[in-house]
Ligand binder design. Structure first.
Ligand SMILES: Nc1ncnc2c1ncn2[C@@H]1O[C@H](COP(=O)(O)OP(=O)(O)OP(=O)(O)O)[C@@H](O)[C@H]1O
Ligand SMILES: [Mg+2]
Length: 465
């Protein structure tokens, strides 16, 4: 992509309405535009990051053996009356009528609709276990939408639903989700800590929330400092193995970690030595629930068990805040100049800055670098505008690409360009071929943050299908 052709409406001033850094930087970097309270349009840079996050979520869901589907955002109230939630949900649910006076709603979550799909098509325990999931827009009429995409009214969520014959099987599905979520967040460069949580309107007994530690988080968190040393890393997991999933769950949830909803001061003091007690704030980026037969029973979602008798299936639901993650990643990774994208979700891998647009040698060198970056399967963003160097650097720093190659007539006379890391700020002068070789090594097949056999750009959005 060339910046002269790209729609990147960068703001010079800090927007007054933004209270937290991620909201401010998303507006300044031209990633989103508010359409109305809590509802946003995604502009090219923001949309690209959103898609990268979505893609990681899909890949990890498929890896765990789950089935992607897509359900409608507008749903009939009738199904929600079957579960009793149409009356229970309250003002967060956006309700409307169609021209025939039928009650409709914009989906805040989709337990009823997915249960309806299940009961229509699945009749035998032999078809289980089964997990269906989607990445789809949700609407919740939040009283106070704020912090940009972090607490929107319309937001993108991955919601997955497991159907199992027994409670035991459903708890394995719960554990499998926990493991796949750990992997998912790490690929985005995030540490998200599973914490015991409250179940809210979805209902159920077992539930964990995943929290990213950040001062601007809306949840109070209390945890054992040892928990921040845990890493999932690149271990291989057999998602069908009950023992393997159970042992990861134990490893990541045995230490004290709770949100303000479930925190118990006395238990905290009993279980965690004083020097390891931490108190802070966190951003909820996901939640998993086991709720048994709460929906299957009233909605008649049964399968024929091994003895021929109908049994209501045991279910759980599992959510990831896909659009909130864009903000959460920025909260966790920025400095006073702008965003610092983790490699796994960056909109472009390399920014190319031409210090003297129109200078034949500089233009030529930039074009050649552009092609070489693409040949690595990486995405370059070339600042080919006729602008001052200072402005070009400020834009690159603001939009936070992990690497920048700076090209100017003076360096070229000595046969070098400059390769700069956004994260460390360190720069190196290198011949162009060596700069490319270095990028090739960084984004090579075993790059820990990329966690994929081939470079990202070679895969389209939909390779997970
Ligand atoms: N208003 C919102 N804006 C953006 N993302 C949201 C919003 N509400 C929920 N999410 C995301 O969707 C995920 C799954 O939804 P869930 O039903 O668990 O939300 P929730 O517990 O009601 O969220 P919260 O407590 O933050 O209101 C959450 O973990 C969060 O990351
Ligand atoms: Mg939640």
């Amino acid at each position: 992509m060339r910046l002269s052709r790209y729609f990147l409406p960068v703001l010079k001033e800090n927007p007054a309405e933004a209270q937290i850094v991620s909201h401010r930087l998303m507006l300044r970097a031209g990633m989103i535009k508010q359409a109305t309270a809590g509802i946003y349009s995604w502009l090219p840079l923001g949309f690209k990051v959103l898609r990268k996050i979505e893609n990681i979520v899909h890949e990890e869901q498929i890896r765990a053996g789950h089935n992607p589907i897509l359900m409608p955002v507008l749903q009939s109230a009738d199904l929600w009356r079957e579960s009793g939630r149409y009356d229970d949900y309250g003002k967060e649910m956006l309700r409307m009528q169609d021209r025939h006076g039928r009650d409709m709603l914009y989906t805040p979550t989709a337990e009823e609709l997915v249960t309806d799909i299940f009961r229509a098509h699945v009749g035998s325990y032999k078809d289980l276990p089964m997990t269906l999931y989607q990445i789809q827009w949700k609407f919740r009429d939040e009283v106070r939408p704020r912090f940009g995409v972090m607490r929107g009214r319309e937001f993108l969520m991955k919601d997955g639903y497991n159907f199992d014959l027994t409670k035991e099987d459903a708890l394995h599905a719960y554990n499998r989700h926990l493991v796949s979520y750990l992997r998912t967040y790490e690929r985005m460069g995030l540490q998200a800590i599973p914490m015991r949580a409250d179940s809210g309107p979805i209902g159920g007994d077992d539930t964990h929330e995943f929290l990213v530690l950040a001062e601007t988080g809306e949840s109070g968190v209390f945890y054992d400092s040892e928990i921040t040393d845990l890493k999932f890393g690149d271990r291989e997991i057999d998602y069908d193995s009950v023992d393997q999933c159970q042992s990861v769950l134990e490893e990541f949830t045995s230490r004290y970690a709770r949100t303000d909803d479930t925190h118990e001061e006395s238990v905290f003091h009993e279980r965690v030595p004083e020097e390891r007690r931490r108190e802070g704030r966190g951003i909820e980026v996901g939640q998993i629930f086991y709720f048994g037969t709460k929906y299957s029973e009233p909605m008649g979602a049964t399968v024929q068990g091994p003895d021929g008798k109908p049994v209501p299936v045991h279910m759980g639901s599992h959510g990831i805040g896909v659009s909130r993650l864009v903000g959460a990643i920025i909260e966790a990774s920025h400095d006073d100049k702008g965003i610092i994208w983790p490699e796994g979700v960056t909109p472009f891998h390399v920014g190319i800055v031409n210090l003297k647009q129109g200078d034949e040698k500089a233009d030529e060198a930039c074009e050649a670098l552009y092609k070489s970056v693409e040949a690595l399967g990486l995405e370059p963003l070339y600042d080919d505008r006729d602008e001052r160097a200072g402005g070009k650097f400020a834009t690159m720093d603001l939009i936070g690409l992990p690497w920048r190659i700076t090209v100017g007539p003076r360096g070229l006379k000595n046969g070098v360009v400059e390769l700069t890391s956004r994260r460390t700020g360190e720069s190196e002068e290198l011949p162009p071929e060596q700069a490319i070789a270095k990028l090739a090594a960084i984004y090579g097949p075993h790059h820990p943050h990329l966690d994929r056999p081939e470079p990202m750009a070679k895969r389209s959005f939909h390779t997970w299908m």
